[in-house]
Design a protein around this ligand. Structure first.
Ligand code: C2E
Ligand code: MG
Ligand code: MG
Ligand code: MG
Length: 287
């Protein structure tokens, strides 16, 4: 009886596993089709100066216009990374971002644009050759580009990649550490990295308005990052109370739904032209 039960479990397990493998294979095929059919698109989320509400940049975020509905990165980025397809997708992202930077600059919109890079993409120095080619081809100044890499990735990249990052920075591009505070933050290592900004993860910023402890931690991290001559970007700001606290404790830049959600290019450019573009922040800051 126990044996039968065991077999039942094993069968259930293998059925689930088989279904999972089939799902993954399907997602991979869908991702390849998405590349071929140009179903990827970028949206842009403003980053605002915490003190005066000026727009200082935007983060470009990937979206998949799937026939069944818009898909967020959470539903496909990991699979794209595991399958290696992220290299191809990332190549498209970099090309798209370079073209957008150039297009906006021609319209007089000269602001930094941040792009997310995952581990598989940056592992290879070829990434940097393609990036340079994309910027050069589009006529986009490197100074308007920011690469967002995660702490984990930054801690483990090879010396060759570190050199490539340093060279890109020498050309004027900036580097941000994304999702800071989610991993085992290695502050000593942070000091050795060629970085310009640190983005405080939402898990840190979401509690600052309600918890004195969270506020103390955020304050300590901000002081430390400033000590490294870097700026701090607060991510995932959903309330004016959070924006308020972060400004008071010295956070330099704010990003989140409370200020502006990610928008497609047309909506972003229209939003920029609004005279009240900075109003949500000014209100958040009680000005
Ligand atoms: P991330 O780089 O940390 O990006 C911030 C995420 O938070 C975005 O989710 C953004 O839409 C969302 N967000 C912004 N404001 C708020 C807020 O106030 N509250 C909450 N709850 N969320 C907010 P999204 O666009 O779904 O992207 C998720 C992750 O996928 C990104 O996290 C990034 O790691 C990855 N990703 C996005 N685009 C790309 C890309 O082009 N290439 C690569 N490799 N990864 C990407
Ligand atoms: Mg990011
Ligand atoms: Mg982040
Ligand atoms: Mg995050």
């Amino acid at each position: 009886r126990a044996k039968e039960q065991g077999r039942g479990r094993a069968e259930r397990y293998s059925t689930t596993l088989a279904a999972e493998i089939a799902d993954r294979a399907q997602l991979e095929r869908d991702l390849r089709h998405a590349m071929e059919r140009e179903q990827f698109t970028m949206v842009f989320q403003p980053q605002l100066d915490a003190r005066d509400g000026r727009v200082v940049g935007a983060e470009a975020l990937l979206r998949w216009n799937h026939p069944a509905g818009l898909k967020l990165p959470a539903s496909f980025i990991q699979r794209a990374e595991e399958s290696g397809l992220i290299v191809e997708i990332g190549e498209w992202v970099v090309g798209s971002v370079a073209a957008t930077i150039a297009r906006w600059a021609a319209l007089g919109v000269q602001q930094r644009m941040a792009v997310n890079i995952s581990r598989r993409e940056i592992d290879n120095v070829q990434f940097f050759h393609r990036l340079r080619a994309a910027l050069h081809g589009a006529g986009a100044p490197a100074a308007l580009l920011e690469l967002e890499i995660t702490e984990q990735l930054a801690m483990h990249c090879s010396d060759a990649v570190l050199d490539a990052i340093a060279a890109l920075r020498a050309d004027g591009a900036s580097i941000a550490i994304d999702d800071f505070g989610t991993g085992y933050s290695n502050l000593a290592r942070l000091r050795e990295l060629p970085i310009d900004r640190v983005k405080l993860d939402r898990s840190l910023t979401e509690k600052v308005a309600g918890s004195a402890e969270a506020r103390t931690i955020a304050q300590a991290v901000i002081n430390l990052v400033h000590g490294l001559n870097c700026e701090v970007v607060g991510e995932g700001i959903e309330s004016s109370a959070q924006a308020d606290v972060l400004r008071v404790i010295g956070c330099d830049v704010l990003q989140g739904y409370a200020l502006a959600a990610p928008m497609d290019e047309a909506a972003f450019l229209a939003w920029l032209r609004l005279p009240r573009a900075a109003a949500p922040l000014s209100r958040a800051l009680g000005r």
